[in-house]
Design a protein around this ligand. Structure first.
Ligand code: ADP
Length: 439
């Protein structure tokens, strides 16, 4: 592997280009017309415009991306997260074109990318999950099944992601009304109408395990992340380790994740997601890519996950100790360009950007003074990560780093994060996925 095309934009494209540079690999950035001045195009060795602002005609448009790959003569593509990162067809096209797709095999993506298939795999691996439908739910059977497992239930799109494609039904009338709506939205949003039912938990935590596996079947888990601070099922703050797990529970969730991955013969970086309530873990899904929140694990383990992911794709075997013990505690705040009250995206020109620094602080961002945040994409503009000897120190560092961070010209949620870091319930680690509903 000599030259890598990064099929993404924003902070993750910057992150991947940095990893490639450290590995001595040449880099090619792709960008839409709206992203001409984006940081990833400036730091890569080459950049290619792949289409207009609309993602469907640029970052998601495979013919343009493959042409860019061919013209620039790359031998690998890193998909980042979002866009084509979990698209098995794209991985297959790369493979057929003789280009290394930095991720799992298309077959592994097929079997884990669909939540219904992933549930079936969890059953095979004897990994606990919430009671729910065995496969696609039929309207005629939904009420009977929901009565059996007990309301409330959650309707989920098999192909859903990013916190979208989920609806909660608290009684049979709601279920009858919401199921056809969920199917219609799933078809429009994900190109697949299949939905399934699952028991809805009222106050779970979201706990996920970072996995890394090589082609020889060597698997390591790198501890857990707690991602319970969410708005509308979308993560806003992530931390590692989880503040409420003792050693036994930590080992248990790590073992469950490894067991699932082993059953699938998985290779590459991946995350196994669980809900945790009343001391029980329930498998939710597996993400077959690098996650937005991977830096918290990097901070506590000292392992560069993106470089490891690339090395595995190059065919190297994993060279990590059997057990990896995290050092200290890390937190990540997702800094979004948005109105702090209404949470609506707030794109525009950044008149000044000042990054915090000092001990234990990391900023992954595409921002610079004079950059215009385009309106067409996700509102995530920076990830602020702090690391401390313990949770109290990483929170204290986050508070001072948030105060130091300045983004002028657009609105952001920096003050929201400050308020959260100052909240006593958060400080005690006393939260669930619904914490922000009453914040
Ligand atoms: P996505 O793939 O869209 O991220 P997930 O299946 O990972 O969807 O779920 C995202 C979030 O939705 C979870 O972190 C949790 O807050 C909520 N959620 C999902 N399933 C359930 C459930 N059965 N009970 C309660 N909350 C759930």
């Amino acid at each position: 592997m000599k030259k890598v095309l990064v099929a993404n934009r924003g902070e993750i494209a910057v992150r991947i280009i940095r990893a490639c540079q450290e590995l001595g690999l040449q880099t090619v950035a792709i960008h839409s017309v709206a992203d001409r001045e984006s940081l990833h195009t400036k730091i890569a060795d080459e950049s290619v415009c792949v289409g207009p602002a609309a993602s469907a005609r640029s970052y998601l448009y495979m013919p343009s991306i493959m042409s860019a790959a061919e013209i620039s003569g790359v031998d690998a593509i890193h998909p980042g997260y979002g866009f084509l990162a979990e698209n098995a067809e794209f991985a297959e096209i790369c493979e057929k074109s003789g280009i290394c797709f930095i991720g799992p095999t298309p077959q592994q993506m097929h079997s884990l990318g669909n939540k219904i298939k992933a549930r079936q795999l969890a059953i095979k691996a004897d990994v606990p999950l919430l009671p729910g439908s065995e496969g696609v739910i039929k309207e005629t059977k939904a009420v009977k099944l929901a009565n059996e497992i007990g309301f409330p239930v959650i309707i989920k799109a098999a192909a859903g992601g990013g916190g979208r494609g989920m609806k909660i039904a608290r009684n049979k009338e709601e279920l009858k009304r919401l199921l056809p709506l969920a199917q219609k939205e799933a078809l429009a949003g994900f190109g697949n109408a299949d939905c399934f039912l699952e028991k809805y938990l009222e106050h779970p935590r979201h706990i996920e395990v970072q996995i890394i596996a090589d082609a020889e079947g060597k698997i390591r888990h790198l501890g857990e992340r707690d991602c319970s601070i969410q708005r509308r099922h979308q993560k806003l703050v992530e931390e590692s380790p989880c503040p409420v797990l003792d050693r036994t529970l930590r080992e248990k969730v790590g073992d469950l994740a490894v067991r699932l991955v082993k059953t699938n013969g998985y290779r590459s970086l991946g995350t196994v997601e669980f809900l945790f309530q009343d001391e029980q873990f329930y498998f939710m899904e597996m993400n077959v890519r690098a996650q937005v929140e991977h830096p918290v694990t990097e901070m506590v383990t000292g392992i560069d996950l993106i470089k490891e992911q690339i090395r595995i794709a190059q065919g190297h075997s994993l060279n990590l100790p059997e057990t990896i013990t995290p050092n200290g505690h890390a937190i990540e705040c997702r800094i979004n360009a948005e109105d702090p009250q209404s949470f609506t995206p707030w794109p525009g020109k950044v008149s000044a950007f000042h990054q915090p620094g000092g001990p234990g602080v990391r900023v992954d961002s595409m921002l610079y003074t004079g950059y215009t945040v385009p309106s067409q994409y996700d509102s995530l503009v920076a990830k602020l990560v702090t690391h401390g000897a313990d949770r109290a120190e990483s929170i204290a560092r986050m508070r001072r780093a948030l105060r130091e961070m300045k983004i002028e010209g657009i609105r952001s949620n920096i003050d929201f994060h400050l308020k959260l870091m100052e909240n006593v319930h958060f400080q005690k680690g006393n939260v669930s996925t619904r914490f922000l509903e009453s914040f």
